[in-house]
Design a binder for this molecule. Structure first.
Ligand code: ADP
Ligand code: MG
Length: 346
């Protein structure tokens, strides 16, 4: 059979959605069908996701299309819940989680990247957006500085295809600009950059899209809160007592009237140091217990402590985030946070 839009539709008319007793085309479930040379992409709109019938229909559609057009035909079938139909390119994303901090240098990017790795290892589909347009770090942390996201055209508009590394879909402003040259971003430029990374990209189906925000309280945070349905924000802090002012500022930004993003909790980074020859020792160099105390005072959950680990800086530069190393104490700390997130948002 020749691969054309109409032949694909003909084939899909043979796929029955038994819950409603008719084929998926006549039920109006087929959406945004695109056919290119040896590839077929479309969305299927279901009343609800997470039901066995969704996988059955996708399996049946896959088999029917491969039978008709050959095993090599590339398929991308994205199930969408009816209620998310209008959410555009982010429709397949279950949870958007922002990682924020009151100031820079606390390890926000380190947390975002390693949390993404830990979530992916736990079996989730994960994307990571580096929205820190002032100091993008995802390209270096994932060893993808020399890569460029693909672009294809859809209805006359360019769509960005995230880069995939370590099983995580990645986008960063760093892939599009020369990061050696300092950039002065004005508000509108910053927000349009964020919109491109989120709305003009093809994120496909994801359980979690993690956003590494710039530090502080600015246009990016505002745009995110106003234009996207963010599941929640994680605030990263270091343990010093004086850091509380920054934590409070970040927390309050998300709790402003009309732009409420729920606070998922607080992560204390660089919480303590354990010498490698004394694995049972914990030295609380910057003070003990402040992370928990900050979380209690703000009445938000305390998600965990990440130790100080010299390898973090090295792994950040090597292109392999430390959470890929299953023996590291840091990895165990991130695995715990990932587990909590999956339990909360499954
Ligand atoms: N737990 C840690 N142990 C050791 N070094 C860390 C840790 N967390 C972050 N760093 C290092 O601190 C620096 C700042 O971290 P980064 O994640 O870039 O912060 P931010 O994104 O908040 O500016 C980086 O060089 C990073 O490698
Ligand atoms: Mg950063």
């Amino acid at each position: 059979m020749t691969l054309t839009k109409s032949s694909v539709i003909e084939v899909l008319k043979g796929v029955i959605y038994f819950t409603k007793g008719d084929n998926i085309v006549d039920l109006g479930m087929l959406d945004e069908l695109e056919v290119a040379e040896n590839s077929i992409r479309f969305r299927l709109i279901f009343p609800k996701l997470g039901e066995a019938s969704v996988n059955i229909v996708i399996g049946a559609a896959t088999k029917a299309l491969k039978d008709a057009f050959g095993e090599e035909v590339k398929l991308e079938i994205t199930p969408i819940a009816e209620k998310d139909k209008g959410r555009g390119p982010l429709a397949g994303v279950k949870h958007i989680i922002a990682v924020a901090s009151g100031k820079g240098g606390v390890g926000k990017s380190t947390v975002a990247a390693n949390l993404a790795v830990a979530l992916a290892r736990s079996g989730a589909q994960v994307g990571l957006v580096d929205a820190d347009i002032y100091g993008p770090s995802v390209p270096i942390m994932f060893g993808t500085e020399n890569m460029q996201p693909g672009v294809y055209e859809k209805e006359g508009k360019p769509v960005i295809v995230p880069i995939e590394k370590h099983g995580i879909r990645l986008l960063s402003i760093g892939y599009f600009v020369d990061t050696d040259k300092p950039l002065v971003w004005r508000g509108p430029m910053a927000t349009s950059a964020l919109n491109q990374l989120l709305s003009d990209a093809d994120w496909g189906v994801l359980d979690f899209l993690i956003i590494d925000l710039p530090p502080g309280t600015g246009d990016i945070q505002l745009t995110l809160a106003q234009s996207y349905s963010v599941t929640g924000a994680i605030i990263v802090t270091t343990p010093q007592k004086v850091a509380f002012a920054d934590v409070k500022r970040a927390a309050h930004m998300f709790q402003q009237e009309k732009l409420t993003i729920p606070l998922i909790g607080l992560i204390e980074n660089m919480a303590f140091f354990t010498p490698s020859d004394m694995p049972e020792k914990k030295y609380f160099i910057f003070g003990e217990g402040h992370g928990q105390q900050f979380a209690d005072e703000l009445n938000i959950p305390f998600l965990g402590q990440i130790p100080i680990e010299a390898k973090i800086a090295a792994s950040g530069d090597s292109g392999n985030p430390i959470a890929l190393d299953e023996n590291s104490a840091v990895t165990k700390a991130f695995d715990l946070v990932a587990k909590r997130l999956r339990e909360t948002f499954q």
